[in-house]
Design a protein around this ligand. Structure first.
Ligand code: NAD
Length: 273
């Protein structure tokens, strides 16, 4: 979806994804599902990848009823060999891969606000688990996608970072903070590495959104309120509110954008910096 030269088509055409193939990890729920929906609505064929096969089947079926081409792959992104095979197969099926959203992620342990989340009692297994999915799993996804994009000399890679990767956040734990902080720099590093091959790499940094992550969402109104209080707009995001940036970054309308991480956070970071 990147193009080495400026694209002369009018903006609405450059924003469309007809004939393109995009793959989204962590697509069974939350932001990944919303991203998959936005890509489909913009004309792309979408491969949805997730470790939760049952939820993936349900979500893909719901999207398919709205029309469009949807494929699924059950895969644990923390297993690089699995990711490599799943991405390569999906690309073969669709004659290539134009965009990838390395989005799968887990909360990975209690926040530093809870006694067991503080550094004094940090549990290494939990910490390693967060890094395995959020950092290593993302890098494996980006590598697998870049390998299949390289021969085409074009492609758009989008990593789901977090506002928690761009500054300290008392409401998350060390594994989440460390992995998301690393992802912000991984976006820049991969952008430098892959630019000569026509592959653009960008990040989306969501603020607090209503999803399943960490078991939060409408289940605990007090936690929701605490998150909403961190946002200038004084509410959590709806997953559909990430779709605009996701589609833009996948499309040729973002052909001059690479190596940056863009917040979609209701102004959370504006209140910090
Ligand atoms: P979610 O829990 O609704 O979705 C995450 C999805 O990833 C789930 O479907 C889950 O099954 C899948 N997943 C987890 N581990 C996996 C693995 N090893 N392999 C493959 N799939 C796996 O949560 P979400 O909020 O939609 O999270 C999506 C991304 O957004 C994550 O990277 C998260 O860190 C990031 N994010 C979320 C928020 C938020 O407030 N919701 C804020 C900032 C960043």
């Amino acid at each position: 979806m990147s193009s080495p030269a400026p694209d002369p088509r009018p903006l609405p055409d450059r924003l469309r994804l007809d004939g393109r193939h995009a793959l989204v990890t962590g697509a069974a729920s939350g932001l990944g599902l919303a991203i998959a929906e936005g890509l489909l609505q913009s004309g792309a064929a979408v491969t949805m990848l997730d470790v939760d096969g049952a939820e993936l089947t349900r979500s893909a079926a719901a999207l398919t009823t709205a029309g469009g081409t949807v494929g699924t792959r059950v895969c644990d992104v923390s297993d690089a060999a699995q990711v490599e095979a799943a991405v390569a197969e999906a690309a073969r099926e669709h004659g290539g891969l134009d965009a990838v959203f390395a989005n799968a992620g887990i909360a990975g342990g209690p926040s530093v606000q809870s006694p067991e989340g503080r550094l004094y009692d940090l549990d290494w297994t939990t910490f390693d688990g967060a890094l395995a999915v959020n950092l290593v799993g993302t890098l494996a996804t980006v590598r697998a996608a870049a390998r299949v994009m390289r021969p085409a000399g074009r492609g758009s890679v989008v990593v789901t970072v977090s506002t928690a990767g761009l500054r300290a956040d008392a409401m998350v734990g060390y594994g989440y903070s460390a992995s998301k902080g690393a992802l912000a720099n991984l976006v820049r590093q991969a952008a430098v590495d892959l630019a000569p091959d026509g592959i653009r790499v960008n990040g989306i940094a969501p603020g607090p959104f209503h999803t399943n992550i960490g078991g939060r969402g409408p289940k605990d109104p007090a936690i929701d309120q605490a998150w909403a209080d961190t946002v200038l707009l004084k509410r959590m995001g709806d997953p559909r509110e990430v779709q605009g940036l996701a589609v833009l970054l996948a499309s040729d309308a973002s052909s001059f954008m690479t190596g940056a991480v863009y917040p979609v956070d209701g102004g959370t970071l504006a209140g910090v910096f």
